[in-house]
Design a protein around this ligand. Structure first.
Ligand SMILES: [Zn+2]
Length: 108
């Protein structure tokens, strides 16, 4: 697993809690992204620049569900359906970028 050079934020505030945004390029790991505790990991081995945003919004959805306390009432399958559709809606509707960051330099 090697670090990917980037200009995007290393930390994202989600409902008052800082989360690490970790970007890797690891073809041996078959997951495109994941959320664990305070880490959002995006694996660029399986994401192009459009997919990066979909994967990031998907993982932000998991963080939102955890931070809001909704996790207790959802099965993992239902959570996946919600965050996947939420990510699709957002990436279809909006051109994504980070606040205060015009040159995000998504790594590929
Ligand atoms: Zn997921």
């Amino acid at each position: 697993m090697k670090d990917v050079p980037r200009k995007i934020p290393k930390e994202l505030p989600i409902m008052g809690k800082s989360h690490n945004l970790i970007i890797i390029n690891d073809p041996l790991n078959k997951d495109s992204g994941w959320f664990l505790n305070s880490d959002i990991v995006i694996n660029m081995a399986w994401n192009n620049s459009d997919e990066f945003w979909h994967t990031l919004v998907h993982e932000l959805g998991h963080a939102l569900i955890r931070r809001s306390g909704l996790r207790q009432g959802l099965s993992m399958e239902m959570e996946e359906v919600i965050v996947q559709n939420y990510a699709t809606v957002f990436t279809e509707l909006f051109k994504m970028t980070f606040k205060n960051n015009k040159d995000i330099g998504i790594p590929l």
